[in-house]
Design a protein around this ligand. Structure first.
Ligand code: URP
Ligand code: ZN
Ligand code: ZN
Length: 458
């Protein structure tokens, strides 16, 4: 049976038009006005609503062994949360540690997701060690349809790679035509600064940011870009947080380095004073790179508006309050991460499009289309077009509400954006033509999500 979404305002990264969308066999089969449809078609009235392509979160952690614990999430909960918030595809960071076998890790991550996700998904494969076995394993993983890598320049001895390993990873990525995403902070400097601060008795969450200052992120960004330049690989800086790192990335871009920039929801809306709050309230807001001085926020918003920042992800990475308290005696032990998969679309719509002058097409581009293009999902995902997957968000711009852990889908015991007002939310969300959400409630099929296998891009 077909599905007709009738009379909405269809908004993509390029166009805006009022019309109907007809869906058959999981894909969009017609777009037009007054579409005639077969008998038995289910009709959703979208009059007065916007219709966006399903949003894509390119930076998500769900299964994550990290900092003596595990991120507090499951694919079931995270995917429902994603969908209720309008995200129909996420790309999860597959992160075996340096001591794990990469290929075994890849299979663990795939098994965790398979049959459990309510929305579609893909992986970035982290390269956390480069030794004699790595090349063959990465070739196999790319053949399996995971065509983006992740490296960490930070988290020494756990996820972090050294320069030699980064070089070999990028050489292989260039040969295979895959893009490499990177967490850019100088691991050595972070380690030295952490020890210095702790030795001075500076143990609270408020010292996390000073242990990873802006210049340390800028150095990592510059070094990553230089290695891209010398290897010819394509790169993508994840969770960029501050003006100096942005300048380093732009400097590389204007030299012709094939580099793309992601920032993430917390860096647009939260600042370092959140992490300076007393006790666990501060710990809740610990992530890396850290929440920064507020003066960085207008810089990030401007870079987003002009397209210098390509994408907005979440870096969704929940830890509950008990886990955060692992760092009660030393900020270096606070699990790093803030949840956000459920709230990115509504918050960026509210504080960007409604209140901040962010063009609505750029909003769609940054939260969906550009990630689809960079990571080999386009045009299957990231747009509304005949033949594309019918991942659609019917968006109610008249909705008024506030973010609250009490009403969220996510299983964490707090929400990093508690109390933030929202002006809009999805009223219907479809995944390949099946209605999965109605007005903030998951009404769909839990295991509907599929791993989307991708081709090399370059
Ligand atoms: O603090 C963060 N960002 N936690 C998740 C791991 C990472 O660095 O992305
Ligand atoms: Zn990171
Ligand atoms: Zn991350």
């Amino acid at each position: 049976m077909g599905l007709l979404i009738k009379g909405g305002e269809i908004v993509t990264a390029e166009t805006r038009l009022r019309g109907d969308i007809f869906i058959e066999n999981e894909t969009v089969s017609a777009i037009g006005q007054g579409l005639a449809v077969p008998k038995g078609t289910e009709v959703i009235d979208a009059a007065g609503k916007l219709i966006f392509p399903g949003f894509i979160d390119p930076h998500v952690h769900i299964h994550l062994p990290f900092m003596a614990t595990f991120a507090k999430d499951t694919h079931q909960a995270a995917s429902k949360a994603a969908l209720v918030g309008g995200t129909t595809t996420f790309i999860e960071m597959c992160c075996p540690s340096r001591k794990d076998d990469a290929l075994e890790g890849y299979h663990v991550w795939k098994q965790k997701a398979e049959g459990n996700s309510a929305c579609d998904y893909a992986f970035h494969m982290s390269v956390t060690r480069y030794d004699a076995t790595t090349e063959a394993q990465l070739r196999e993983i790319v053949k399996d349809g995971t065509t983006s890598f992740k490296i960490f320049l930070s988290y020494k001895n756990f996820f972090g790679v050294d320069d030699e390993e980064m070089f070999h990873t990028l050489k292989l990525a260039a040969e295979l035509g895959v893009i490499t995403t990177a967490h850019c902070e100088n691991a050595e400097l972070v380690g030295q600064l952490q020890q210095q601060l702790l030795s001075e008795g500076k143990t609270g969450a408020e010292w996390h940011e000073p242990s990873r200052p802006e210049s340390v992120e800028a150095e990592g960004t510059t070094r990553f870009a230089t290695f891209l330049e010398q290897t010819g690989a394509a790169g993508y800086v994840v969770h960029l947080s501050c003006a100096p790192a942005l300048c380093a990335a732009v400097d590389a871009k204007v030299r012709g380095v094939n580099l793309h920039i992601e920032s993430v929801l917390p860096h647009f809306l939260l600042d370092k004073t959140y992490a300076e709050r007393a006790g666990v309230e501060g710990m809740k807001n610990i992530m890396s790179p850290p929440l920064r001085d507020k003066r960085n926020q207008p810089v990030l918003w401007n870079a987003l508006k002009t397209g210098i920042i390509d994408t907005v992800g979440t870096d969704h990475c929940p830890f509950d309050k008990e886990q955060k308290l692992l760092g009660a005696k030393a900020f270096t032990q606070i699990p790093n991460g803030i949840p956000g998969i459920e709230d990115r679309v509504n918050l960026m719509y509210t504080y960007g499009v409604k209140r901040g002058g962010l063009d609505i097409h750029r909003f769609v581009d940054a939260l969906s289309t550009r990630a689809a293009k960079l990571f080999g999902l386009y045009p299957r995902k990231g747009t509304i077009a005949v033949g594309s997957d019918a991942d659609l968000v019917v968006y109610d711009t008249n909705y008024r509400g506030a973010i609250s852990a009490a009403t969220q889908q996510g299983i964490n015991d707090y929400n990093g954006f508690e109390g933030f007002a929202i002006e809009g939310r999805p009223s219907v969300v479809t995944v390949r033509g099946k209605v999965q959400v109605r007005d903030g409630v998951f009404v769909g099929e839990q295991g509907r999500g599929r791993m989307i296998r991708r081709e090399p891009q370059l």
